[in-house]
Design a protein around this ligand. Structure first.
Ligand code: BDR
Ligand code: CA
Length: 316
């Protein structure tokens, strides 16, 4: 069993990924930690609690960061046009959900859970990397105790989605992402290079909803606004960014990758750009020396990934 902490900003594609983690038989979901991003952290936490209740998820929800790690950074507006005003495609979600939240802040929950299962926990982070960076700052030793960190974020050989060079999760808190990429733990980076070519059509999802239970029908309903948004780049469908990171946990063979040190540009016109220095290439000594080598995914078997998501969601 893969012990997973899911760090997320639900978020429509975050919701699909959550249902995947909940339903996959080889995943033991230890906790859901929330972060600002697709909406405010109040809203993403409420959404996580709502999905926990609707989908009968046992894992606790812990509320995380509401602002960037460097508080001086200007707040970037919530992308309501992508995920709806409420972060879940404008479906009816109660203002308050009567499910208790874990008393610990997300970064503390991460530290405690990693320490309770040394060497076993896989952190799957699909929002701003702020909670992970805060956990590292408070307890740097957890880098040695985590099994790996699988993130959805960044772009290397394709353009960004919030600037010509940056992807939303990284651009939303570049300093936090740079801390995470350069820490001495194993990071697997699932960026736009692979997620932007992994799409699910409206009719495919509708077909799943027709066969599936109430959870899949809810997912279909909350995805409609997001699919409408994607009409500029996907033909009647959506990129399933966050699910790609979750699929990696159980089926890494569906991805190809390179390794190398990864840095994030913090500031200027390339703010939030992710850069890899591929292993094996020689450069003069400099800032990159001594950085850990991370795994950067550059290829994906998209059809198989989409089918695995379908089979997992319909297995209930
Ligand atoms: C990422 O940004 C968010 O909109 C999605 O949930 C995903 O995590 C894609 O750039
Ligand atoms: Ca997300």
């Amino acid at each position: 069993m893969h012990k997973v902490i899911y760090d997320t900003d639900p978020g429509v594609d975050d919701a699909m990924a959550l249902l995947f983690l909940h339903r996959h038989p080889e995943i033991d979901l230890l906790g859901i930690t929330t972060v600002f991003g697709n909406a405010s952290v109040e809203m993403t936490t409420r959404n996580a609690l709502f999905l926990k209740r609707e989908w009968n998820i046992a894992a606790p929800v812990s509320k995380g960061a509401g602002v960037t790690i460097d508080h001086a950074r200007e707040e970037r507006a919530w992308p309501a046009m992508v995920h709806g005003d409420n972060g879940l495609g404008n479906i009816a979600v109660p203002e308050m959900v009567d499910v208790p939240v874990d008393p610990r802040p997300a970064h503390r929950f991460i530290i405690d859970t990693v320490r309770a299962h040394p060497g076993e926990v896989r952190l799957v982070a699909v929002g701003r990397m702020t909670n992970l960076a805060l956990a590292l700052k408070e307890d740097p030793e957890i880098a040695m105790l985590v099994k790996d960190v699988v993130i959805m974020g960044g772009n290397f050989y394709v353009p960004g989605n919030v600037s010509p060079v940056a992807e939303a999760n990284i651009h939303g808190d570049p300093e936090a992402a740079d801390i995470v990429m350069t820490a001495p733990w194993k990071v697997v980076v699932i960026g736009l290079d692979v997620t932007s070519i992994t799409t699910m059509s409206r009719s495919y999802l509708g077909g799943m909803a027709a066969k599936g239970d109430g959870a899949v029908k809810l997912l279909d309903a909350l995805s409609q606004h997001y699919i409408d948004f994607y009409s500029h780049s996907v033909e009647d469908g959506m990129m399933v960014h966050d699910s790609c990171a979750c699929v990696y946990v159980v089926a890494p063979e569906l991805f190809s990758s390179i390794t190398g040190a990864v840095r994030v540009v913090c500031g200027g016109i390339a703010d939030g750009q992710t850069i890899v220095r591929p292993d094996g290439r020689r450069f003069p000594p400099g800032d990159w020396d001594g950085l850990p080598s991370q795994v950067v995914c550059t290829g994906i078997e998209s059809e198989k990934v989409i089918d695995l998501i379908r089979d997992t969601l319909l297995a209930a």
